[in-house]
Design a protein around this ligand. Structure first.
Ligand code: GTQ
Ligand code: FE2
Length: 349
């Protein structure tokens, strides 16, 4: 019995906290272990958006507002554990953008970096820094920070793509700047195909050095990605957790294609039963081909083409494929990497 400790009236502390609160002070000892946790803690939850369940809402949005009036006609995929925060993990934004034939999404720029991953339709383009690229399903397209960008659909099919942005990271750092170009479409200064010719063929213009933190390749077309995975599968070097997983790289540095968002494509062969895996980066998965399941905690997501699901950071999950499956994913891993925060754990659930 600690009889030497003078008993404190239980309301003395509460009274103290209230008085110091009026001076913008707070006691760390009441909250220390909520602030400095032994392991990552997040209120973001695993979640899945089945494309068939939400496709109708995308059509409805198309009837309610034009791309021009909306500036960007996007349905945000909001994590159910982060209501009102307009993000899919604590650090990443995700949305589905819809553009109908004949529409334009007017030119603007912002400090947030964006990726597009094409889900449905083809023939729309995005223009970045004076060059257009026409987008097809499975293409991974980048809009670097502070570059003018507008989208247009001169084709005859509606297009849907997934947007991934680092909006919450930029918000955390209070680094948001944005402005409108002033016309729907930016001036085109280079022919389509210029950037892939310079940077996307395993060669570089002699002496070229990086001038940006982002890859100069702004469209990584699906046919080349798919071909690489197909050729690699013959050597049978499958990762027990990821199958065959490739990361997209900046050819000028060999590093991540984007400074804040890591992007990946993986192939899980038919019959694949993955081992449990978790890493500190929270990941959004977008299924391109095939069917399977991902067990996350005690939930099972049964997925197929065009479905999107999210696995928050440090949440154990494992993939199984009932058909050959190809899955695109993006995460905040480059930020974890740069700050020395990235960890992974295999085989424990
Ligand atoms: O296409 O430029 O989903 O600026 C959110 C912000 C898309 C875009 C989004 C954007 C864009
Ligand atoms: Fe934008």
């Amino acid at each position: 019995m600690a009889t030497h400790v003078k008993p404190t009236p239980s309301n003395a502390r509460a009274d103290f906290y209230e008085r110091i609160g009026a001076h913008s002070l707070a006691p760390l000892w009441e909250v220390l272990h909520n602030l400095v946790t032994p392991q990552p803690v997040t209120t973001a939850v695993p979640a899945m958006w089945r494309y068939a369940d939400i496709r109708g809402f995308i059509d409805e949005a198309g009837e309610l507002i034009t791309a021009k009036e909306a500036e960007r006609r996007v349905l945000i995929l909001e994590n159910p554990g982060l209501p009102g925060q307009r993000c899919i993990t604590t650090s990443l934004f995700c949305g589905l953008q819809y553009i109908l034939p004949g529409e334009v999404a007017p030119s603007h720029r912002h400090t947030q970096s964006a990726l597009r991953f094409v889900i449905e339709g083809e023939g729309a383009y995005t223009a970045v820094d004076g060059e257009r690229t026409t987008m097809r399903p499975g293409d991974f397209v980048i809009t670097p920070s502070w570059t003018w960008h507008d989208h247009g659909n001169p084709g005859n099919t509606p297009m849907v793509w997934m947007d991934g942005l680092d909006i919450p990271i930029v918000r955390l750092l209070n680094g948001s700047f944005a402005e409108k170009y002033g016309a729907d479409e930016q001036a085109i200064t280079r022919p389509e195909g210029d950037s892939p010719a310079r940077y996307g063929r395993g060669m570089l213009p002699l002496g070229e050095r990086p001038t940006s933190l982002t890859s100069p390749v702004f469209n990584y077309p699906y046919d080349r990605t798919r071909e690489a995975l197909e050729a690699m599968r013959r050597r049978d070097q499958w990762d027990p957790c990821h199958g065959l997983k490739m990361q997209y790289v900046n050819p000028l540095t060999g590093g991540w294609a984007m400074p804040t968002i890591g992007t990946f494509m993986q192939l899980l062969p038919k019959g694949f039963k993955g081992a449990p895996y978790r890493s500190t980066d929270g990941t959004v998965f977008s299924v391109v081909e095939g069917r399977g399941t991902t067990k996350v905690g005690d939930q099972v997501f049964a997925w197929g083409p065009r479905d999107i699901f999210v696995v928050p950071g440090w949440t154990s999950h494992r993939h199984e494929a009932t058909e050959d499956a190809v899955i695109f994913s993006f995460s905040d891993r480059p930020v974890h990497d740069k700050l020395g925060l990235w960890r992974e754990e295999r085989g424990r659930s």
